[in-house]
Every structure is written in C-alpha cells, then in structure tokens.
Design a protein around this ligand. Structure first.
Ligand code: NAG
Ligand code: CA
Ligand code: CA
Length: 290
C-alpha cells in the first residue's frame, strides 16, 4: 500500500466513523468522501452480487454470510488455541479438550471404552465419545495432537470437507434406526437417539416444515431416502439456519419494496445496516475482504 493510498484509507475510516457518530455537516471534502463511500459500497455490492443481476438475493447473501463466518472463525482459532493449551506446549491434546469441555480427566481405558461405544448411558460420556471422534478426525497428521492448523477442523467441523465423513457417520448413528445406511422420512422425523435426547437443536424438525425440507431441497432424487450426499446437505443446512435468520433479518430491515432482494438503491439508503451486519463481517467486507 502506498503512503498516499494509506492516508486516503485512514481518512475514509475516520470519515466513516464520523458519519456513524454524528450527522455530517457541510465540509469542503464532503463531496469527495461521499463519492469514495459510494464507490466502496458499489464494490461491496458487486462482490456479493455474484450472478451480476444487480440485486442481492438470499442465496448470494447466504454465501457471503458463510464466507465471512469462516474468516471470523479463522481469527478465533488462535484465541481458542490459547485457552485450550493448558500446558502451553503449543499443541492441543485430547486431555486438554476433555478437561476444558467436561472438567474431567480420562484414563486411556476410559477413552477406549467410550470410543468403542461402551459408554455408560450418560449424556456426558456420549458427548465425550463425540469429542474424541472429532479430535481424532481433526488430527489429520495422526500425531495425537491438534496443531494450530488442525484446530479449525475440530472447532468448526461443518465447514470442512475433511470432517464430512465423520459428521455423516454421526448423523447416521443418530437417525438410521434400521441401519440401511440411508435416512428414511420416518427416521428423519423421529426423535433421534442419544444426541437428540440431550440437545434439542439436533432433533429434526418434526413438522410440515421438516417434510417440506425433506421432499424439497434434501431428497433431490425423490427416492424417499437421504443418502450420504443428501445427509451432508442436511448437516450444512442446519449449520446455515443461523445465517438464514441473519439474512431474513437484513431483508426485513432494508428490502423496502419487499421484492425479496436488495437493490443498490436500498443498499445506499441503509448503508450502515448493511455494513454493520454480521453478514458483511461487521464492516470487513466494506473495507477489503473477499
Ligand atoms: C464412517 O463409517 C464407515 C463405516 O462404518 C467407516 O468405515 C469409516 O471409517 C467412518 N469414517 C469416519 C471418518 O468416521
Ligand atoms: Ca497442549
Ligand atoms: Ca496433529
């Protein structure tokens, strides 16, 4: 970055702050600043509008929300690493994870027993089993520890293809009662076993909504079952439910003409709602990312 460009950028950030904090008054540079602001908004708009139809639709907003979330997560990994690495050897051990999440120490025998499914039917041991499974899968180089790079798989498995098989296996474990490797609609709608006994969020939506989701976007080939690829889609959809809520919220705030998408006019009118949203990384996308 050249010094001049840096200066311009700094001015812009300062100006942006001023705009948020106070109503802008007249100033000789105001025109130039507004011009710059509009240009940056336009750039942000173009980054999100991947199909170039001059509207931001739900799919585009979801895609960007996912992307910004992943960036945010990468920033958080370092922070999490420090809080997990109790003995400060710059590696995360399974003991450190178990200690951190369950405030408990596991013997080797305990770990083996739990991992082989012989856990006592307690909520804690069930989640310890899931934790060990996740840890081992995240430990890609199989040295028994999570490095800085491997921790991201452990913290946010849904975001990484490296964890896909494991998550599909877990979902099958939860729902595939007749053990045919597929999830039928009855299994989809039933209260899953262990995990959903403990965690409401794991329970599939036992409602018309759920059936619509199954028959609509999930069971694409319409054969009445979910295969492994379709299960992966389901997992990703559950993950993005939160983003969907953010997108709905943004639309409710800025989609003035209620056509279900956001025009550049609407972006200009509600610029700070767009820039401050988690969907655009709280200003990050406006400044430089993507
Ligand atoms: C998933 O399950 C299959 C079949 O049980 C097994 O062979 C495979 O190792 C499992 N994969 C992971 C990542 O757990
Ligand atoms: Ca450590
Ligand atoms: Ca490792």
């Amino acid at each position: 970055m050249t010094p001049r460009w840096f200066l311009l950028n700094s001015c812009l950030i300062l100006f942006t702050y001023t705009l948020v904090a106070h109503k802008p008054g007249r100033s000789s540079n105001m025109q130039a600043h507004l011009q710059e602001h509009k240009m940056l908004l336009n750039r942000l708009f173009k980054k999100i509008d991947t199909n170039n139809d001059n509207f931001l639709d739900k799919a585009e907003l979801l895609r960007v929300a996912n992307h910004m979330d992943t960036l945010q997560l990468q920033d958080n990994v370092e922070h999490e690493f420090d809080s997990l690495d109790h003995n400060m050897d710059d590696l995360i051990s399974i003991d450190e994870c178990i200690h951190n999440h369950f405030d408990r120490k596991l013997t080797e025998e305990d770990a083996e027993r739990i991992l082989n499914g012989k856990y006592t039917k307690s909520e804690t041991e069930f989640w310890i089993q899931r934790t060990i499974g996740k840890f081992r899968q995240a430990d890609q180089d199989k040295d028994g520890y999570l490095s800085h790079n491997e921790l991201k798989y452990y913290l946010h498995p849904e975001a990484y293809i490296e964890m896909k098989e494991l998550l599909i296996n877990e979902t099958l474990q939860d729902h595939d009662k007749n053990a045919n490797g597929l999830i039928e609609i009855e299994e989809f709608n039933s209260r899953g076993p262990e995990s959903s006994l403990f965690d409401e969020s794991v329970r599939p939506p036992n409602s018309a909504d759920g059936i619509d989701m199954f028959n609509g976007p999930l069971d694409k080939d319409g054969d009445g079952t979910l295969d492994r690829e379709e299960i992966w889609k389901w997992i990703s959809m559950l993950e993005s439910k939160y983003h969907l809520q953010e997108v709905e919220h943004m639309l409710s705030q800025v989609d003035d003409n209620r056509d279900g998408k956001i025009s550049f006019e609407e972006v200009k009118k509600h610029d700070y709602k767009i820039m401050d949203s988690p969907i655009t990384g709280h200003g990050r996308l406006y400044k430089d990312e993507l």
